[in-house]
Design a protein around this ligand. Structure first.
Ligand code: VAL
Length: 191
């Protein structure tokens, strides 16, 4: 079965700088891994921008400069660029996870560096769930983040992920997408 791709904004906070309140845009083809998010990754040499979007009620979003045009439908044809960063400048930035199940997990929910991040698709920012991706795990191992594994041997969420407990991950996908859309973080895009 195929997973639907989705773009989601993670709210940056706790940085005491101008990035707080901006939504870090990630793109993933496995929405069911979002409850297990423990980090995000950028490429150190990629150029990122913060854009302010009238289409999104003046909210600010961070993504690779090279990917802004691909999001014209959601962010507008020419969203106002309010900040420029290299990936390196973003390293260590904190954000709130998309779901609250693993809030406070040690060393988690920061922007990390990964050389495999590209600007070929998505946003140039990778959602990291180490239990469900080999490359993801290498990145979190390097900074001492212990993976979380809230899916049982039958492919169902366990009680840790209370809202979807007992749901098969592929059945949970549409529910997760719907819940993220109702929150403030989503850029409201599928595909
Ligand atoms: N990093 C992958 C993704 O963005 C998974 C394995 C979490 O879909």
């Amino acid at each position: 079965r195929q997973d639907p791709a989705v773009t989601v904004g993670f709210r940056m906070e706790g940085n005491d700088n101008e990035l707080d309140g901006t939504y870090l845009l990630i793109w993933t083809t496995t929405p069911w891994t979002l409850p297990s998010n423990l980090a995000t990754a950028v490429h150190p040499d990629v150029r990122y921008v913060v854009v302010e979007s009238e289409e999104q009620e003046g909210k600010r979003f961070l993504l690779a400069e090279a990917r802004v045009a691909s999001y014209a439908r959601e962010l507008g044809e020419e969203p106002t660029v309010v900040g420029h960063y290299t990936g390196t400048e973003l390293l260590g930035t904190r954000y709130a996870p998309p779901f609250p199940y693993f809030t406070g997990h040690e060393n988690a929910h920061r922007v990390l560096s990964a050389d495999y991040v590209t600007t070929e698709d998505g946003t140039g920012v990778v959602h990291i769930a180490p239990a469900y991706g080999e490359e993801d795990k290498a990145v979190t191992d390097a900074v001492g983040i212990v993976p979380v594994t809230p899916v049982d041997a039958q492919g169902k969420f366990d009680a840790t992920v209370s809202d979807y407990a007992g749901q098969q991950v592929f059945d949970a996908n549409p529910n997760i997408i719907k819940d993220l859309k109702n929150g403030t973080g989503s850029a409201g895009r599928q595909g």
